[in-house]
Design a protein around this ligand. Structure first.
Ligand SMILES: Cc1ncc(COP(=O)(O)O)c(C=O)c1O
Length: 397
């Protein structure tokens, strides 16, 4: 029997599997520094947990509206107004089981067979797989480290064709930490409006934007707002990865399609989790700001440490909790008489022989890099980078 060709064509999530291996090594007592985490190392703040427990005791345990409970959608609109400077109403919002579901809802709502989706590379590895699921074709746009991994309008024009439907913009970015400023986003918005291209603006790391204001592309005018599907969620900003709560904001036509799709796939996001999310937004405590400050300090620490190593370099990450380390100078050197050829090879040596887990750049579309997640404490960051230094010292020409 021939099982689904589409399912077979998908790559498994390498970040989840390498991360799972690192976690299991730690569980087995191995002194491993884990730089693979795609999630905050903080626990969900108590005020959020308590709201969930309260909702459970109050019996808020039944199906909700597919698009989410009204008070949560109202609170999300309020957040969009205050933080993102965008006016949405609850009928623009779909609450989903994580940002991941919001993204796949978005793609399934807009893609027809063979429509093209521009994905700036390096990219978050789920985007191309999601495009495949939706029946579209990914067009990878290679950004350059010299340009802080930001796309240019010339590059967008070079990717543009009759079938171009959408651009996925991840701001701030996983894996590079790149964040676009207002002027750059205005140029991208003008390009999208001129060419009638939908933007899926994945802003899941919006709160983790350390140096400048976070600018949402949908805030830049009515025309671009109409063309944009903004994605965000609670995983990264409120340390709620396991709860699975995210949301989208789009025009009413797209929102209706997303709601219809979700109604047949998962119905509503967990009812009590929605009440926890509501508390996260309306009762926000200092803990959230403190978490963001801790990430900023760690970002600075990683940058200083990596800059002190001659053979490594990195672009200054403005947001998220990742640093994308250029390892091209290590390629071609010898470790225990074997030539180092690729990022996967380095990641394997570091994991097995130096007990430090990182993700190879190849899973994000470029082989000259390793991704460090600094969602771990400062002591571990120093210890882990020290182990990387020790590895480099052993290399021969
Ligand atoms: C860029 C990006 N977008 C979306 C998500 C999805 O987040 P979640 O489904 O946990 O809300 C992630 C998670 O790692 C991510 O890195």
């Amino acid at each position: 029997m021939e099982l689904s060709k589409k399912a077979k064509s998908l790559s498994p999530s390498m970040t989840l599997s390498i991360s799972a291996k690192a976690k299991s090594m730690i569980k087995n007592g191995i002194d491993l520094i884990n730089f693979t985490a795609g999630e905050p190392d903080f626990n969900t703040p108590d005020y959020i947990v308590n709201a969930d427990i309260k909702a459970l005791h109050e019996g808020k345990t039944r199906y909700t509206e597919t698009s989410g409970i009204l008070p949560l959608r109202e609170a999300i609109c309020e957040k969009f107004k205050k933080f993102n400077n965008i006016e949405y109403t609850p009928d623009n919002i779909v609450v989903s089981t994580g940002g991941k579901q919001a993204l796949i809802n978005a793609l399934l709502s807009i893609i027809n067979p063979d429509d093209e989706v521009i994905i700036p590379s390096p990219f978050w590895l789920s985007y191309p797989e999601m495009v495949k699921i939706a029946g579209g074709r990914s067009i990878l746009l290679e950004t350059k480290s010299e340009n802080d991994f930001k796309l240019t309008i010339d590059q967008l024009n070079a990717c543009l064709g009759d079938k171009t439907k959408c651009l996925i913009l991840n701001n701030p970015s996983n894996p590079t930490g790149t964040a676009y400023n207002r002027e750059e986003l205005i140029e991208i918005a003008n390009w999208a409006v001129k060419n009638d291209i939908i933007i899926i603006s994945d802003e899941i790391y919006e709160r983790l934007n350390y140096d400048t204001e976070h600018v949402s592309i949908a805030s830049l005018g009515e025309e671009i707002k109409d063309l944009t599907i903004t994605i965000s969620g609670f995983s990264k900003s409120y340390a709620m990865t396991g709860w699975r709560l995210g949301y989208s904001a789009a025009n009413v036509e797209i929102t209706k399609l997303m709601t219809k799709l979700q109604s047949h796939m998962t119905s509503n996001a967990s009812s009590v989790t929605q009440y926890a999310g509501l508390a996260a937004l309306v009762d926000e405590h200092d803990e959230i700001d403190n978490m963001i400050k801790a990430f900023r300090n760690r970002r600075n620490l990683v940058k200083n440490e990596i800059d002190s190593i001659d053979d490594l370099s990195m672009v200054y990450p403005k947001g998220a909790f990742y640093a994308f380390i250029n390892i091209s100078k290590l390629k071609g050197r010898k470790y225990k008489d074997k030539t180092i050829e690729d990022s996967m090879g380095i990641a394997n040596i570091l994991l097995n022989d130096f007990k430090v887990a990182l993700l190879p750049g190849v899973v994000f579309g470029t082989d000259d890099y390793l991704r460090i997640s600094y969602a771990t404490d400062e002591e571990s960051i120093l210890k882990g980078i020290d182990r990387i230094k020790n590895f480099i010292k052993t290399l021969n020409y």
